[in-house]
Design a protein around this ligand. Structure first.
Ligand code: HEM
Length: 118
């Protein structure tokens, strides 16, 4: 994962990738039902969780587990795909190597069962 971090230009680059990703997520009408009205602090927590999950960093969130956080939200496979691909697209747009983007995707894919239909 260190290589992805370097590819992105360290923590500033990572922050840019997540910001770009989030613009895509909140602009996607198919995802609006889940993100509308979620307050800024929660969205920031979500961004940090994504970083930790995608790059294998330390778990920076201390609150609920992933299944708890998404319980009762009826998240669909399609919504999951859209959120994950928003991050992968952001990484690719920023010039991260294909293989590294693929690794991130696989890492997030492993969490599908904890999120979809939680
Ligand atoms: C691998 C992908 C994902 C990871 C690692 C992840 C991680 C997290 C974590 C850790 C939280 C809790 C934050 C906290 O309570 O401090 C959270 C909350 C949330 N997640 Fe996700 N998430 C993922 C995918 C999704 C998807 C696909 C959706 C919707 C389509 C979604 C929607 C939300 C929302 C709306 C909240 C805030 C709920 C609230 O606090 O009211 N997440 N996520």
């Amino acid at each position: 994962m260190h290589a992805i971090y370097d590819d992105l230009g360290g923590s500033d680059g990572v922050r840019t990738a997540v910001t770009v990703m989030y613009h895509r997520v909140v602009a996607d009408p198919e995802l609006a039902p889940w993100f509308e009205g979620v307050d800024t602090d929660r969205l920031k927590a979500h961004q940090r969780a994504f970083l930790a999950a995608a790059f294998g960093g330390p778990q920076v969130f201390t609150g609920r587990s992933i299944p708890e956080a998404h319980g009762g939200m009826a998240i669909t496979d399609d919504a999951f795909d859209r959120v994950v691909s928003a991050l992968m697209t952001a990484l690719a747009d920023l010039g991260v190597a294909k293989e590294a983007v693929h690794t991130v995707g696989e890492r997030l894919e492993g969490m599908r069962g904890d999120i979809v239909g939680a």
